[in-house]
Design a protein. Structure first.
Length: 571
């Protein structure tokens, strides 16, 4: 938009009062000598503002203005998309599709639906995007020649990411056949490279990228090209070349700070500097992402920001905070169809770090007391299964699982002869045993375990009637996750052999819990636990630790596979 008054007014969409906005619309219409395109844009801006804020428009729209309004709404939505205001772009294109597309010409209707498909896609609205995709794929023969490149290219992007059942490669090839300029040829080639990247075909992606050239005065295209190059180099672990590309990308950012999807370049620059341990630079790009205006933050940007922050947490050893961030990120990114390689790698590295911590702790516990080590694995498996049956939130289920596995870790500081004494403990010995929750809590605090996990470890011997230890908590003072571990701990202890007694049968143990369990946990939770145990038998071996965690971890991330959205939406 070349008219600066209209451009300035459009950028004040969310800030001007209705009276000021309407007055300025009328003044521009009266005072400026507007081209047809500028008046269409102004008409659309006035229409969108009035509909959004339920105000009277400044300009009157005649029936003869419908196609002009359709063109203006297309231009206005695209303007906001180019200025990284994706939420306003979506809102404008939605108004166009809902209110104007049914009334305007077929060509303008297709244009509005095509743009709204892409703004919905950027916002992460999968259902809406797919609905528009399937409408448009059926209208191929009605697409005007001038719009065929955009049509095939955008359908290719959506097909790549949202599992439409169509072949994205075929759509990209059709787009290539419609290119009439170096810019368009470069854009579709970049999208092909990104598709190959998502398939982990990195050498092919790099070859596709090498077929593109820098386009003078097209910072969006050049930025997309450099960003793709950088993330491919990171996956190939070619940090030397990645460094050179990062330098070029930073130079472009500093010389031109307003090109489309610049935020995506912050993401991969952040990952690069995190990888090379330049933490301050990584934090700089993370802060740029976190300071973006709300209207610029799509589900993709939010998810990627959380992942970048998680990678920095991982670097400093805050594995559990990193995991929590990752779970939130996957929820934001769950609309996308395939897990992007850089996200996959990060999550795998995070899990390896976590399992390494778990393995070391379990090794220490097993070295101290083999029974306790196997007991904790059984309690873990039992709590995880029971927690799933309760439909716990993901992070609660994860913290429950960790707390269950480590609830007795403090026993590494209890003398072996007390742990395995084949007769009743003396009062002094029992007082020593009762210290293990405190010891375990201290260990986990030193290792930065979450407070919820530490609460489980410290309080799994508390009883709802107030007769537990170490803090004599009662009733609602005991978190329900703690109660789950407490009852699982008792059940497993009852059903396994100990030096001083033989194991009870399952039915004997359940009879005991029916009679005494209400003193341990809330009665409704007890009933659900008894019902679950009747249907499930828990048997584990030491070597199952990794397989148990693989199952648990895969469940946490069992969302629709994800992939970062293609970062360039070009014409």
């Amino acid at each position: 938009m070349k008219n600066f008054r209209i451009r300035d007014l459009a950028l004040r969409f969310n800030y001007d009062s209705p009276s000021i906005f309407r007055s300025e619309v009328r003044a521009i219409d009266r005072d400026e000598s507007l081209s047809a395109e500028e008046r269409e844009f102004l008409l659309a801006l006035d229409f969108a503002y009035a509909k959004t804020f339920d105000e009277e428009p400044g300009l009157t729209i005649q029936d003869s203005d419908i196609d002009s309004l359709a063109k203006g709404l297309y231009a206005l939505s695209y303007f906001y998309a180019r200025n990284s205001e994706d939420k306003i772009a979506y809102m404008v294109s939605r108004l166009g599709v809902d209110l104007i597309a049914p009334k305007c010409s077929a060509e303008n209707s297709i244009n509005l639906r095509m743009l709204h498909m892409m703004t919905s896609f950027e916002m992460g609205f999968a259902k809406e995007t797919l609905s528009l995709f399937h409408q448009l794929i059926e209208q191929e023969r009605f697409v005007p020649g001038a719009k065929k490149f955009e049509y095939y290219n955008n359908l290719g992007l959506v097909s790549t990411q949202l599992q439409t059942g169509d072949d994205p490669w075929e759509l990209y090839e059709k787009a290539k056949a419609e290119t009439r300029s170096p810019v368009r040829a470069t854009i579709v080639q970049l999208n092909i490279a990104d598709y190959l990247y998502s398939q982990k075909r990195f050498e092919e992606a790099l070859n596709a990228l090498e077929e593109t050239v820098e386009i003078p005065d097209f910072d969006s295209v050049n930025g997309y090209r450099l960003m793709l190059n950088l993330k491919i180099m990171l996956q190939m672990n070619d940090l030397a070349n990645a460094g050179r590309v990062a330098e070029q990308l930073e130079a472009l950012i500093h010389s031109s700070s307003s090109w489309t999807d610049i935020a995506v370049s912050y993401i991969f620059l952040g990952h690069f500097f995190s990888r090379v341990k330049s933490i301050e630079k990584a934090r700089y790009y993370l802060n740029l992402l976190k300071s973006l205006p709300d209207e610029c933050v799509t589900n993709y940007i939010l998810g990627e920001t959380l992942i970048l922050e998680a990678s920095l947490m991982h670097n400093r050893g805050d594995y559990f905070k990193a995991l929590e961030n990752s779970l939130r990120a996957f929820e934001s990114l769950s609309v996308y169809s395939t897990i992007s390689p850089h996200l996959k790698d990060f999550v795998n590295n995070l899990f390896e770090s976590l399992v390494s911590v778990f393995n070391q702790l379990m090794y220490e516990l097993r070295r101290k007391d083999d029974y306790t080590a196997l007991h904790t694995l059984r309690v873990l498996k039992l709590c995880y299964g029971f927690g799933k049956s309760l439909s716990l939130e993901k992070m609660d289920l994860f913290n429950l699982s960790i707390g269950a596995m480590l609830h007795d870790y403090g026993k590494v500081d209890i003398p072996y002869e007390i742990l395995n004494k084949p007769s009743l403990l003396t009062d002094e010995e029992y007082s020593i045993i009762k210290c293990h929750p405190i010891y375990g809590d201290k260990y986990l605090g030193d290792l930065r375990f979450p407070g919820t996990v530490r609460d489980i470890v410290k309080h799994h011997h508390e009883r709802i009637d107030g007769n537990g230890y170490p803090d004599n908590l009662m009733g609602d003072e005991i978190h329900y996750l703690v109660q789950i571990v407490a009852i699982a701990d008792v059940y497993d202890a009852l059903t396994t052999d100990r030096p001083y007694r033989k194991a009870l049968s399952r039915e004997e143990a359940l009879s005991y819990l029916k009679e005494k369990g209400g003193q341990i946990i809330e009665i409704g939770l007890l009933r659900k636990f008894i019902s679950y145990v009747r249907m499930n038998e828990i048997i584990v071996k030491h070597e199952e630790l990794n397989s148990i965690w693989n199952i648990i971890i895969s469940e946490f991330f069992r969302v629709t596979d994800i992939n970062e959205t293609a970062d360039m939406r070009g014409q």
